[in-house]
Design a protein around this ligand. Structure first.
Ligand code: G3P
Ligand code: MG
Length: 258
């Protein structure tokens, strides 16, 4: 039994682009992921104060933009002035990434189209904004997603986001994210009509892998940056490795120096 009418996850997906090779959730990071051989990327989306969907992971801009303000309080005009690349350690890629912006989801989709990359969009709402984050991001994605690319996979830790996704974008496949698989995972994933389950590398067990696969779901594990560990998960039957280092997990596809 499979859940997604043949919807298949890639074996490797670049996490936040290629988060240990280029600044996470940036357009440069998407480009780097493609250069390193990734065919799909996972990115996080949340809303600015004026409801523009942007690529960002934390609830605050402090860590990656040297701007200690909560995302939900900053306007899109102010976000566009932020530098999302200067913080990235130069030794991780032998170049400076200063000048990378915090992209809008719209800019990111244009880049994915140019690069031919598949997308796992993680709905990552700031506290209290689950419903509008899903509504705004998916309304945009429905309008602008390039038909030549595979249908994007919509995932979230936040159930309310996936409820909205099921209602307004039922044709976009859904993935349920958990750090720890809950006892009621089967009913939760089935109610949301998910095609995939995404679990944390620190908690996923071989027995859980067997159960999730037997129930017909695609299974992704995050975030795996070690090749031996990735191979062990693949041997268990995990379908997709989400990694900050696609060049390590996709041996043989990486030729250019970083
Ligand atoms: O979607 C997989 C992974 O990105 C979930 O964790 O915190 O890196 O967004 P996080
Ligand atoms: Mg994420």
């Amino acid at each position: 039994m499979t859940r997604g009418n043949g919807y298949v996850l890639p074996k490797v997906m670049g996490h936040r682009g290629a988060a240990k090779r280029a600044p996470e959730n940036t357009l440069g990071g998407l480009r780097r992921a493609a250069e390193l051989g990734a065919t799909w990327v996972e990115i996080d989306v949340m809303l600015t104060a004026d409801n523009v969907p942007i690529l960002h992971h934390d609830y605050n801009f402090g860590r990656t933009c040297a701007h200690p303000a909560d995302v939900a309080t900053v306007s899109s005009t102010a976000v566009a002035q932020l530098d999302a690349g200067a913080w990235f350690p130069a030794e991780a890629s032998s170049r400076s990434w200063a000048g990378e912006v915090v992209p809008t989801l719209e800019q990111a989709v244009a880049a994915l189209r140019e690069l031919g990359l598949g997308l796992n969009l993680e709905l990552k709402p700031t506290p209290g904004r689950a419903v509008e984050t899903a509504e705004v991001a998916l309304d945009l994605l429905i309008r602008i997603w390039p038909p030549e690319l595979p249908r994007p996979l919509i995932s979230s830790f936040t159930r309310a986001c996936l409820d909205v996704a099921l209602n307004i974008a039922p044709r976009m496949p859904r993935g349920r994210l958990w750090e720890i698989l809950p006892d009621d995972w089967q009913s939760d994933a089935a109610t949301l009509e998910c095609v995939s389950v995404h679990l944390w590398r620190e908690t996923l067990t071989h027995a859980q892998t067997r159960a999730i696969k037997a129930a017909g779901y695609e299974l992704a594990v995050f975030t795996v940056n070690d090749l031996e560990e990735a191979e062990r998960f693949l041997e268990w039957g995990v379908d997709c490795i989400i990694t900050d280092l696609p060049d390590i997990i996709l041996p043989g596809t990486y030729s250019a120096a970083a």
